[in-house]
Design a protein around this ligand. Sequence first.
Ligand SMILES: [Fe+2]
Length: 297
Amino acid sequence: METSMPKVFQLGFVALGVADFERTRDYYVDTFGTTEVDREKDGTVYLSVGYHHHDIVLRPADDKSLLHLGYQLNAGTELDAFAKEVGAFGLKAQKKSDSQPGIAELVEVEGPRGNIFQFYETIDAPAPGFKSGAVSPLSLGHVAVISHEAEKLIAFYRDFLGFWETDWIGDLANFLTCSYEHHVVNIVNAPLSKVHHIAFQLQDNSHQFRAADRLIADGVPTKWGPSRHTAGHNVASYHYDPDKNLIELYTDMDVFVPELGMCQPRPWHEHFPMKPKRWDPQFSAWEVEFGFDLAQG
Ligand SMILES: [Fe+2]
């Protein structure tokens, strides 16, 4: 099977405009277990899961919003050439130097319907370490975005960035990846423009229960799960941060093998080989009722 590599290899960070700022910042540091690595004069904080300069960026704002997504380009990518390619694809791209701490150079791209992307080849890695005694995820994993212009957004990911499509749920959700994980982004086709959820990987399934215990100790209820999804087969649990952003914690995500166009076989798969397919609108492998309206967020 002919495969070409995507231009990026991981989701690097998610930047949010935050209305309930102090509570949300404290939640991410004290309960979730990230470390504040940097703070700008306007109050923007840069939070690290454990290694990179930032995985989450929170900026004080009147209304909550998704500011931008950061994706790390493959090693050796030349930023000027990348910006030109984006322009040739028909989107606006601007190279920026020292526009944020931790990233000396990046290319900012205005995607469909105001979705802003920041692409960079290198990010500082101060490695503040992983906190113990908090939720303390392993890594930022994926983001689910609701878009008015899902088709255009999917085309950018698939046709320009080279993401592989790994599954669909009805006409509602598309799953795409640039790595071994089943999805790095899912795009929900609905007349809204917002982030649906942000997902972090945990160590293993026992970490799901430790995380849920840790969350409720700080008064944060788990709204769904841990339970297994259909597309991706991740064991997932969901809760809200204080600004009402939906946060997914996941383990056991399907491993996509691009050379074969399929996921590594697992005992709980409904069919073999687990190739990309259009699922019936059923999100839970165990038929547990899924508690979130994807089209509403
Ligand atoms: Fe997810």
